[in-house]
Design a protein around this ligand. Structure first.
Ligand SMILES: C[S@@+](CC[C@H](N)C(=O)[O-])C[C@H]1O[C@@H](n2cnc3c(N)ncnc32)[C@H](O)[C@@H]1O
Length: 229
């Protein structure tokens, strides 16, 4: 897959090299996402990263295809903005330090095979803090068996919730299924990293006279379980 991208970017203009993506532009120009420290995961030739830098974001773009990053640097120079481009693998990130307030992923997670999606998530968690935003665009439809080989082409419906739901509050901002066209479906999600779980014990019980009380912080409840004699 890496070689495929290296060669394609070197010799062709890819169909997704179409400028900054519309959902991203809308979120930023509409003021929902404000300038902050941002990273584009699988940035390709850098259109989203350059757009963010033009809007005042402090941006890192990471991609494992050096030929894409090279084009991204030229694009940033041409636009006279600063983007830090990094060649690295999202399933084994080595060169990206620190955390980010806004993560962008257009068409990268769906490129990863299911076994690589957990290590990817692990890296995403390392790059975020509670309150960090994550804009995810992915191919998404119910794959037929032949669409899983040799590569899985898309996420399954519900997969975003299953993988990210424990860590992120998830809003599906748009999406479409079109089983007779291409792509056969996609989803766009805006997610916010949840607060870290409290280490305080959330449940316990105690006796008040003859009455046992069960206390649950998570449900904000106090139950009177049973009375003694
Ligand atoms: C379909 S392209 C989308 C590029 C860009 N996000 C855009 O919208 O123009 C997917 C990108 O993910 C990159 N990519 C795929 N797997 C990767 C990995 N494991 N680590 C880093 N980049 C990866 C590819 O090199 C490619 O640039």
């Amino acid at each position: 897959m890496k070689l495929f991208y290296e060669l394609d970017y070197r010799f062709f203009r890819m169909p997704w090299e179409m400028g900054p993506r519309k959902e991203l532009v809308k979120l930023v120009e509409g003021g929902r996402i404000v300038p902050c420290r941002a990273i584009d995961l699988g940035c390709g030739t850098g259109s989203n990263a350059v757009f963010l830098a033009q809007q005042g974001f402090d941006v890192v773009g990471v991609d494992f295809a050096a030929s894409a990053v090279q084009k991204g640097k030229q694009k940033a120079n041409h636009a006279k903005v600063r983007v830090q481009f990094v060649v690295d693998d999202l399933i084994n990130l080595q060169k990206v330090q620190g955390t980010f307030d806004f993560l962008v992923n257009y068409g990268t997670l769906d490129d990863l095979q299911p076994k690589d999606r957990d290590p990817y998530l692990h890296n995403v968690l390392r790059l975020t803090n509670p309150g960090s935003w994550f804009l995810l665009w992915c191919f998404e439809w119910s794959l037929r068996w032949w669409e899983r080989f040799p590569f899985s082409l898309a996420l399954e419906p519900g997969e975003v919730e299953r993988r990210f739901g424990e860590y992120f509050r998830i809003e599906r901002i748009t999406g479409r299924t079109n089983l007779s066209g291409w792509p056969r479906g996609f989803g766009v999600y805006l997610m916010m990293r949840r607060p870290k779980k409290s280490k305080v014990k959330e449940e316990g019980s105690c006796w008040a006279g003859n009455t046992k009380m069960r206390i649950s912080l998570s449900q904000g409840a106090v139950d009177f379980e049973n009375s003694g004699s």
